[in-house]
Design a protein around this ligand. Sequence first.
Ligand SMILES: [Zn+2]
Ligand SMILES: [Zn+2]
Length: 152
Amino acid sequence: MQAAMPKPDEKYLRLLRDNRFKATEPRIKILKVLDLSPRPLTATEIHRKLQRSGIDLATVYRSVNKLAEAGLLVRVGLGDEFTRFELRREGHRHHIVCSTCGTVGNIERCNLHELLESITKSTGYHNIEHEVLFRGECNACYLNRAAIVVSE
Ligand SMILES: [Zn+2]
Ligand SMILES: [Zn+2]
């Protein structure tokens, strides 16, 4: 590791302070777990990942909701009864869920702008927000199914 690198948790500390949050240990740990996770997580999943640090589930719930209200986290709906959270990043992303195994993929680029413009034109609505969830068959499930078909 390079000597000039900031301490790994400093980024979260700064993020909290920049948003007028007290940089408590649970908050820092929650931000880190979400930052390192390849997919959005529920409060329960975050809690499970933090088990060793002795942070209780109620604290996780309270923290993620506060952080989401402040805009540091984004609430993600994946079409089931759970609310998941992810770190807010530059721009916004969408998700795609495998209908077979539930694996979640990230769609980093949103190019729905043209559609939104045409909606403004046809409806007269401005500042349109959108929530879109894509579903499909992940590559593993696709290949798996293809293999079964071949062997039949
Ligand atoms: Zn799948
Ligand atoms: Zn979008």
